[in-house]
Design a protein around this ligand. Structure first.
Ligand SMILES: [Zn+2]
Length: 300
């Protein structure tokens, strides 16, 4: 899920204390240049390195109750158990390989994934306070800053379990957010939510994990729908994107996604027609005609 942006104060050791949520006062970003202004929703470009450095030596280091794990492609920081952190990194690194191969987008920097143990910590490390949100991607506001993923480890997933108890669900949420991180470093180009969330859900195979008991109608959800009926909207967007992939092929679907999220790529409907050679309205109609059968196959 994409969340709202807000300031998170960061720099050197201060960054670590900010991440632990133990700063008593508000958030102030202090850059290496000594600038104390607080750009919104950002991590300073070198913060990821500073975090990693502050935990050296070794791939796993502990500071107070905060652990950090680094790999070739990711830095995971959290106060969950070390074994849980290692499991999350395995999911993250596998997802990064899969996603980068799929999109052809290779980020220079390591992906930063925050794993707070409690929901209160999630709220302080993320932008999205929606009660039922399971993760968030906090995008940078400009190219000199670093975005990060934060996972709501304590999110309830049913049967008295949290996200950490359900490995498939956890993997799906990590992959969903990392897809955002991979593709939205430079912004979302004003793309509608059905594009942003539908593709992230499809990449994460989220429908295999959670789908409304009563399938929602075959409607491409609007951004307003996502705000008012998130559960059904995510499911609808997933099923529509899965249809696009099935009908037009993965390569074309990703080409459309990249064009739709490119600020210079024109309107979504223009990008849709340019890539698929058909209008969004006509394809939506075709999709609706086979929706019931498609849903039955997907959730079976
Ligand atoms: Zn999302």
């Amino acid at each position: 899920m994409l969340g709202r942006r807000q300031a998170l104060g960061l720099a050197g050791v201060a960054a670590v204390s900010a991440l632990t949520g133990c700063r008593a006062s508000g958030v102030v970003a202090r850059t290496s240049a000594g600038d104390t202004t607080a750009p919104r929703g950002t991590l300073a470009p070198s913060v990821i390195d500073r975090i990693a450095d502050s935990f050296t030596p070794g791939p796993l280091a502990t500071r107070r109750d905060l652990h950090a794990l680094t790999s070739a492609r990711s830095v995971l920081v959290g106060d969950i158990g070390v074994g849980e952190l290692q499991a999350c990194q395995l999911h993250a690194d596998t997802s990064i390989r899969v996603i980068e191969k799929l999109t052809g987008i290779h980020l220079d920097q390591k992906y930063l994934v925050l794993l707070p143990r409690t929901s209160a910590e999630f709220d302080s490390w993320s932008h999205d306070r929606t009660a039922d949100v399971a993760g968030d991607y906090c995008a940078p506001v400009d190219s000199s800053w670093q975005g990060w993923v934060v996972i709501k480890c304590a999110a309830a997933v049913g049967h008295g379990m949290t996200l950490l108890d359900d490995d498939d669900y956890l993997n799906s949420v990590i992959r969903h957010e990392l897809f955002h991180a991979n593709t939205l470093e430079d912004g979302d180009g004003g793309a509608p939510k059905w594009v942003l969330e539908g593709f992230a859900e499809w990449v994460a195979s989220a429908i295999m994990i959670a789908f409304p008991t009563k399938p929602p109608p075959a409607v491409v959800p609007t951004d307003a729908d996502f705000a008012h009926r998130p559960g059904s909207s995510y499911a609808q967007a997933f099923v529509f994107v899965a249809y696009l992939v099935d009908r037009f092929g993965q390569r074309s679907a990703i080409r459309f996604y990249k064009r739709a999220t490119d600020a210079s790529g024109g309107s979504t409907s223009h990008a849709f027609h340019a890539v698929f050679g058909a209008t969004l309205a006509s394809v939506t109609k075709d999709w609706a005609a086979q929706y019931k059968k498609q849903v039955a196959e997907l959730v079976s």
